[in-house]
Design a protein around this ligand. Sequence first.
Ligand code: BGP
Length: 470
Amino acid sequence: MIYKKLKPFPQDFLWGASTSAYQVEGANLEDGKGPSVQDVKKVPEGTSDLTVCADHYHHYKEDIALMAEMGFKVYRFSISWSRIIPEGVGAVNPKGIEFYNNIIDECIKHNIIPLVTMFHFDLPAALDAKGGWSRRESIDEFVNFAKVMYENFGDRVKYWLTINEQNVLTLMGEVIGTSNIKSSNPKKEAYQQNHHMLVAQAKAMALCHEMIPGAKIGPAPNISLTYAASCKPEDVIASQNFNAIRNWLYLDMAVYGKYNNIVWAYLENLDATPDIEPGDMEILASGKPDFIGFNYYSTATVEYSDGSEVNEKGGDQQKAMGEPGVVKAAANPNLQKTQFGWEIDPVGFRSTLREIYSRYRLPLIITENGLGAYDKLTEDGKIHDPYRIEYLRKHIEQIQLAITDGVEVMGYCPWSAIDLISTHEGMVKRYGFIYVNRDEFDLKDLARYRKDSFYWYKKVIVSNGEDLTD
Ligand code: BGP
């Protein structure tokens, strides 16, 4: 559709950016924090561990002041479960509560709305050692953690996100260092963990509404539309399979409390349906999100699988895509790639926004979107990152087109506010508007520098998305 005129961004549009605790904070065992699975995992070779990261724990004031300078309306960060409750259950760590109180107060001081992710890939190691999400008890453990957060922060935090990328946890746990699958039917165990997370999420959403008047809460999966590699009808079926497995299962559950029928049939076929206890479906139906948060990096492309191929692993984003007899990963010749091989698809962003909205009719907030690159600090203290500006500009243009399409978009939080450690590609894969002066292993002085994209994003925000020029 070529429009004569585009609709503007809403006046109260939430411009901001995101981080996650285990990737940005550092101080990973300081002030009573217990280890999380991220602290005990074997980090990918050649990449930094997570002990210092961007040292946001000690630099949060400076960092939030820089976010305020960019004009952020919202800051999305996550709370580390094991900083608050070191063993996952039981004693609460007062220093952990104090740290997040400080972050929240600092945001409020600068008129930045705190948007809190409750759980971002960092299950307390003590719970993981007991079997993590595979156990039924994990539901109550998470709900207890939610209750502690609501009690301590609910007076000031009115926007909550439940679980970051539950679909990635389920489909690619081994890549992000969270997999804890022991059974002889790994698929069933993965979907049992997923079921426990879904029930926990529904309970946490209901509890949020009960405990915090006026609070809004939603899920935060990674959603991106899957294309069919051709108009062959069989390829379209394959794309529907993958859309259901990768995307709709999670949102159908969060919004409607129902298992997606295509995914259920797929799991039945593999003897991998999760065990559902009496009452679970009622709980699932009772958790009502107020909005949908989602992370978007790129689309996927698939084709029909006749079941005969050897499962080929594609690029990072495509690792979980191939599954003989279900779906076969395909390349998309129409897309360029980042320095790290991730496909770039701004138009796919618009179609993803349209698709989510037409399925669920809830306001949307983009909780991650961005470009990882090898940024360079020049001798005069500059970081020229035109590639990031171009990536973000093209995606923001597509948000405006989606808004013109009638999609209700309430905010945009690119990944990431500040440089941090990538999920599995280390410190050299930088995403931030703010440069952190450290290398993979050399911590240098951890000084902060404004990248070119910092100044650019500031202009975007002050013009409420009207001025996207350099
Ligand atoms: C998402 C995660 C983030 C972040 C981002 C970029 O999947 O929610 O935690 O890491 O991807 O990925 P990467 O760090 O692998 O480049």
